[in-house]
Design a protein around this ligand. Sequence first.
Ligand code: GRF
Length: 222
Amino acid sequence: MQNIVVLISGRGSNLGSIAQACRQQRWPARIAAVIGGRAATPGLALAAAEGIATRQLAHQDFAAREAYEAELAASIDAYDPDWVVLAGFMRILTPPFVARYLGKMVNIHPSLLPSFPGLATHRRALAAGVRIHGATVHFVTPGLDDGPIIAQAAVPVHAGDDETTLAARVLAAEHRLYPMVVRWLVEGRAQLRADRVEWLPPVAGGEGACSPTDDAQLLWCP
Ligand code: GRF
């Protein structure tokens, strides 16, 4: 049984979708812990309701970024993690922290990377007039929103969209995309190899469990 540690900063709806899929689809993994910052109370409550261990760790309580990250790493490592899943985790992580979890830390970003890294992605997508927007799950590397892409979910941008309607459409796509990708990871179907994603065949007996086909790697969510 693999251990997943999820890091959140807020409401935790992606965490909820992953927890639900993990439970319902009987992954060979469990969410061992959810760690969240000061504003993560809703997401931590959701985790506690699922029976998952939680820890609230506020970076504001630490004088230096290094001290905060040392405590964060100790909190994560206490659960012997196979995977560290960033689900709406709003902290920029230092290169040593990223290196510690290289190849086992993934993030979801609400845009079709490499377009619109950083914040306010939906507003910037509308301002740019793109017709297709979406979300990306990628391995975390030191660059911001920059690691090798595992899969993306695309949504249309409609003429009448505002930031709220577009964000809701993307979030619904995220809730399909992220559990699918984390399942591929725990079932050993994708791994980081140098600076790219390597796709692997199913392990014996695992056929049919999940299938990272080309179509699945690009989810169209109209
Ligand atoms: C999501 O849109 C995610 O892509 C972004 O932050 C948001 C988190 O939402 N990084 P939630 O906390 O999972 O509801």
